[in-house]
Design a protein around this ligand. Structure first.
Ligand code: G6P
Length: 309
């Protein structure tokens, strides 16, 4: 067991699902043992200054990347930091906060893997890559609901930021250990988050659970809903694990068994236990729903953190 904090990165573009993914992982690890930091806090300029300068928060020069790197390193070494706070309601900065890292640290944000020094601090690196149409609908939902923007303003921002997304955010995919892509089962099949499938691209940069049972599903219930393929991502060989939104509980439990056999602690969070804290989504009328693909993604990432510990 390592005596320094274990660091997980959740990097992706604006409204790619970083917070939803993070929440379930923190629940599994036990919130009292987890420090969650959003790297939006390292923005260099406030909202007004960015508008005047006509630059987006996605550009590295718009962030204190050097301080972010330094703080990542300190956290990895178990040292406290004095972290700035970007306030999403006001678009300005609040007084900084003193943070002592707990056993597990989740660093989520836009530019976590943009430099070598920043990348070197992570034990596990996830990158979120939903299709752009899905990300746009998530961003509209969040920014109109929680951040006071109109739909037109959000669409306009997406357009204005496209250059920076392509130049600075998407290239970080190459540095991740696992790429997480939620996607609708059929092109244009609308946006019901509950029905989304997930595609997990697993790079051989960290040891993944032994999933060969899935390749040879005889005698298992996995069937068509959970699949494993060998593919290439950005030219490099990867394993791709697909989990359909309509996977049944029986099929999900079988995959969970594979994870729990290696990391028994995870057993108590499996769907067998009816644990709805993981894979939790809030429906359109505020009701709580559980997505198996989301739950399994959260379990997989927690598995990796526990393995790294
Ligand atoms: C994107 C990111 C935010 C970031 C923001 C800044 O939307 O997802 O997390 O902080 O840009 O822009 P704002 O709307 O706060 O001016």
């Amino acid at each position: 067991m390592s005596n320094r904090p274990i660091i997980l990165g959740i990097v992706g573009d604006s409204a790619a699902g970083k917070t939803t993914l993070t929440r379930g992982i923190a629940k599994i690890l036990g919130e009292e043992d987890v420090t969650v930091i959003c790297t939006d806090d390292y923005h260099r300029y406030d909202r007004k200054q960015r508008a005047e300068m006509k630059i987006s928060a996605l550009a590295p020069e718009c962030n204190y990347v050097d301080i972010m790197e330094q703080h990542f390193r300190l956290l990895r070494d178990g040292q406290p930091i004095l972290k700035p706070i970007y306030n999403h309601s006001t678009g300005g900065f609040d007084a900084p906060e003193y943070i002592e890292p707990r056993k597990y640290v989740i660093l989520e944000g836009l530019l976590g893997y943009s430099t070598r020094a920043a990348r070197d601090s992570f034990d596990v690196k996830a990158y979120l890559a939903p299709p752009e149409s899905l990300r746009a609908s998530w961003k509209i939902k969040r920014d109109t609901g929680k951040r006071g923007y109109t739909e037109e303003q959000v669409r306009e921002q997406l357009k204005m930021r496209e250059f920076d997304s392509e130049a600075y955010i998407r290239p970080q995919r190459q540095w991740s250990d696992m790429i997480v892509s939620f996607y609708p089962p059929e092109e244009g099949s609308g946006q019901n988050d509950l029905l989304l499938n997930v595609r997990l691209t697993l790079r051989p940069t960290i040891p993944h659970p032994n999933l060969t049972e899935i390749l040879n599903p005889e005698g298992s219930h996995l069937g068509e809903a959970i699949r494993l393929d060998l593919e290439r991502d950005m030219g490099k060989p990867v394993d791709v694990l697909e989990i359909d939104g309509h996977a049944t509980k029986e099929q999900v439990v079988e995959l969970e068994h594979i994870l729990c056999n290696e990391v028994p602690y995870l057993g108590q969070f499996c769907s067998l236990q009816g644990n709805e804290d993981i894979g939790k989504l809030v429906g359109t009328t505020g009701e709580t729903l559980q997505s198996y693909p989301l739950a399994l993604t959260q379990l997989m990432l927690t598995y990796h953190m526990l393995k790294a510990a």
